[in-house]
Design a protein around this ligand. Structure first.
Ligand SMILES: *Cc1c(COP(=O)(O)O)cnc(C)c1O
Length: 226
């Protein structure tokens, strides 16, 4: 399938999900996750109308950035080692995986302008997943006030791999509830308006539960150089 065909299908699903919960599709940002695919396939996504690309490794991001540059906005969505921050900080528009103080400190040190960051939250509690425990998120966000180059724009989570829709909904709702609490504090360093949640298998449910940024890989660009 071409990216264009996949995107048409995804957009239809997004419109339907928005319809059921009274949201506008314009409030949803689709990030094409290109970590599995070639530069050519990423370029195909841009030609199909995609404006946001997501990568989870420094190497993959830089390799594609070299070719594609500012034709897309770049999102760093994977766990990020502090020593790699300096290599990607000028290229990315958003970091979705801020999950510890040492990383915030490094972002603060290396960035020349405030960097929009999502706090990654481990809502499901799975040991294999990165992220801050839900009941530690508020303290973490408060602490970030001292890092002036870190702007908390929202919360991010990865849901477990499951077909159980109610379980997924429960996880997305918890993230949204936490987002609401932080947003409503109206802290200048943490507007926290956004929710980065929803991937190929669960983005419709995520949108129904408030996602503003969906990160879609396999369903949109494929899994191996398609
Ligand atoms: C790979 C990845 C995605 C996309 O996964 P798909 O299931 O292929 O859509 C989204 N978010 C993160 C953090 C990822 O690592």
């Amino acid at each position: 399938m071409s990216v264009k065909e996949n995107l048409a299908e995804i957009e239809e699903t997004i419109e339907k999900a928005c319809g059921t919960c009274g949201r506008s599709k314009d409030d949803i940002t689709v990030i094409a996750v290109t970590k599995y695919v070639s530069i050519a396939r990423a370029e195909e996504a841009i030609e199909a109308g995609i404006e946001h690309l997501g990568e989870n490794r420094k190497e993959g991001l830089l390799e594609k950035y070299e070719q594609i540059g500012d034709k897309a906005e770049w999102h760093f969505i994977g766990s990020l080692q502090s020593r790699k921050v300096k290599d990607i900080i000028e290229q990315v528009s958003m970091i979705h995986s801020l999950d510890r103080k040492s990383l915030a400190k490094e972002i603060n040190k290396r960035a020349t302008e405030p960097v929009p960051c999502f706090i990654q939250v481990n809502v499901s509690g799975e040991e294999t997943k990165h992220g801050i425990a839900p009941d530690e998120v508020e303290d973490f966000v408060d602490m970030l006030e001292s890092y002036e180059k870190v702007q908390v724009v929202g919360l991010m989570t990865m849901a477990p791999h499951t077909e159980n829709e109610e379980q997924l909904r429960g996880i997305f709702r918890q993230l949204r509830a936490k987002r609401d609490i932080i947003r409503d504090k109206k802290m200048p360093h943490a507007p926290c308006e956004f929710l980065s949640m929803g991937m190929s298998n669960d983005f419709a449910v995520a949108i129904e539960e408030g996602a503003t940024h969906v990160r879609i890989g396999s369903k949109l660009v494929g899994e191996d150089n398609g």
